[in-house]
Design a protein around this ligand. Structure first.
Ligand SMILES: Cc1cc2nc3c(=O)[nH]c(=O)nc-3n(C[C@H](O)[C@H](O)[C@H](O)COP(=O)(O)O)c2cc1C
Length: 212
């Protein structure tokens, strides 16, 4: 297992050229989406949603708002991670209700936890909450990239896009969402020479303090 994970992490790279003919089935995509769903988040709050896009004409529009990066149109799917704009008491109440239902417990027994989350949210300013919420999406992104690699599926995480334009094209604003990070997913083209480039990373000694 240890070796499999390491092999997968060395195999993966931020794919620059996808093979547009290689389309992932729902079954192939499912483990990656499920890994995102199972990713941790602060308090477990459902802070983000993901838009899964196949439509080529929609992706052509998005590509123009993403530095014209070919991965946007050529990968099997494009996934947009979007964060909720309203991290508020209503969201906490909905989450508490979901927890009570899932764990078959009284909602009253969860009042303390709910109040604690509400108090935490109230104690921060809106800008801090937005940043905090945005960070949660990157945990899901990491889970997706690693899971994809374990299934020999290629990905390219991307911040090279204009979130405002994406929100407009995808109508995210009306859904109370704003895009934060995207990734393309599919299979690499044989012509992607960046697949052959050695990974550039610092040695352990320059990253991990206290491990000498
Ligand atoms: C948050 C984030 C944003 C990124 N944005 C882009 C992007 O817009 N376009 C791109 O081709 N690669 C993008 N990358 C990929 C990185 O350049 C790549 O992960 C890094 O160079 C390390 O290479 P490797 O992933 O192939 O090992 C991004 C990576 C991350 C984590």
């Amino acid at each position: 297992m240890k070796e499999t994970v390491n092999k997968a992490l060395l195999w993966r790279y931020a794919t620059k050229v996808f093979d547009p003919e290689k389309i992932l089935t729902k079954e192939e995509l499912h483990p990656v989406l499920d890994a995102m769903r199972l990713a941790p988040s602060a308090f477990g709050l459902p802070i983000w949603k993901a838009v899964v896009i196949t439509d080529k004409s929609l992706r052509t529009k998005l590509r123009a708002a993403a530095w014209n990066q070919p991965q946007v149109t050529d990968a099997s799917h494009l996934i947009v991670l979007a964060v909720r704009k309203h991290i508020d008491e209503k969201l906490v109440d909905a989450y508490i209700a979901q927890m009570a239902k899932t764990r078959n417990t009284d909602i009253e027994s969860l009042t303390g936890f709910g109040d604690m989350m509400k108090g935490f949210i109230r104690s921060k300013d809106a800008g801090w909450i937005r940043e905090w919420a945005a960070r949660q999406t990157y945990i899901a992104l990491g889970f997706a990239l690693e899971t994809a690699a374990l299934h020999q599926i290629d990905t390219c995480p991307m911040e090279g896009f204009d979130p405002k334009q994406f929100d407009e094209i995808l109508g995210l604003d009306a859904q109370g969402l704003e895009s934060k990070v995207i990734f393309a997913i599919g299979h690499r083209s044989n012509e992607d020479t960046s697949a052959l480039a050695a990974k550039v990373r610092l040695p352990d000694t320059e990253i991990f303090i206290g491990m000498n």
